[in-house]
Write a protein that binds this ligand. Sequence first.
Ligand code: GAL
Length: 419
Amino acid sequence: MTAAPAGNGTAPATLQVLHWWTSSSERKAANALAARMAEEGLEWKDAAIPGGAGLGAGKVLKSRVLAGDAPEVTQIIGVSIAEWAELGLLLEIDNAAAAANWNGVLFPTIQNLIRHRKHVVAAPLGIHRINTLFYNRALLAQHKLAPPQSWAEFQNVALRLKAAGVAPLAQSSEAWQVAALFETLLLAESGPEFYRDLFVRRDPAAAADRRTAEALERLRTIKGWISNQLDEKPWPDVVRQFARKEAAMMIMGDWAKPELVERGMVLDEDFACATAPGTSRYHLYSVDSFSMFAGDYRHMPAQERMARLLVTPAVQSEYNQLKGAVSVRRDADVSRMDSCARASWTSFAQGAAAQAPSLVHRMATDEASRDAIIAEIHRYFLDDKATPADAQRRLGALFRLFNLRSQGAFGAQNPDRRR
Ligand code: GAL
């Protein structure tokens, strides 16, 4: 790539980037992006806000925007993109997208995610797979256990490990991490169609369905495997627990992979990556992306150049390797991917029938509904006296409320309905 001049002489080439990548592997991935930008005469001014799944970043972003201090670039993902775009705050980067033929090279699901009312308002970075099962190869081998592929096998492996004094699963009780486990269990039980009924259409009948009850039961069963060590650990601490061999398995998005490598573990030797039991045919995805704020048009040339750079094959390949995600491009070179990435990319490439949008990672519904659903799942998880039927009733009530809201009963708009 040739180094272009920093701008038209007056345009500032420094872009402040707000994001939530603060673990050591995430840091490396962000640094690689900053380095590629520097080669292009663009300076990445870092504004990292800690908090898994963007918990802190979302709040900081809102208060900064309200204070008239929006960063030039920000990590916003999924349905949140439409929410911000609807307010008229995001830069339309159609020119950058057209010049680099994003229509031709990006997966259709990615194109839908980054577009709002026919305009491109985000640059996609990578696709994470949420339904990933990591397992410690030596620990399973030592107990003569194969990685579980179904719920029955999962239960059997967990019970055998427990009996041998090995913690089956590393898992945090932090709300978003519990909900991520639940969405994986739900997908396993039901498949993408039902998953969408529950989390995208938010159909009260889906909340009352026996498949939802079953997934809730399973969440409770899993809690029993981990009850001694349950606390609200940030995700890198859960990864550390797994890396120290304090648990044999871990269900987590594939950003855990480079973090395990940071801890000295080797993929396919010390640990392996499989799909969560019952989900081998599905890809539960979260797509990272950066949007640009439109406030100050002097930044536009630099913002457009950054957007374009992020989607180039070279940046896609380098960044995604470091991040543990996979390329958003249909023409990505699978031969250069590791086993985990190859399986993820190939599964995602099968298209919408295999794909399920992560609720927790904002791919399924608007922020307020997402937060409320996560809170209900967490509440059920923490309170052993709550039955699946209780949780189902509460979810059903929430859904009815959301539906009223999106029909305009409260004057609010629901960006989901336009999708
Ligand atoms: C997701 C994001 C990932 C990773 C993860 C943990 O929302 O897509 O890149 O940061 O949160 O914080």
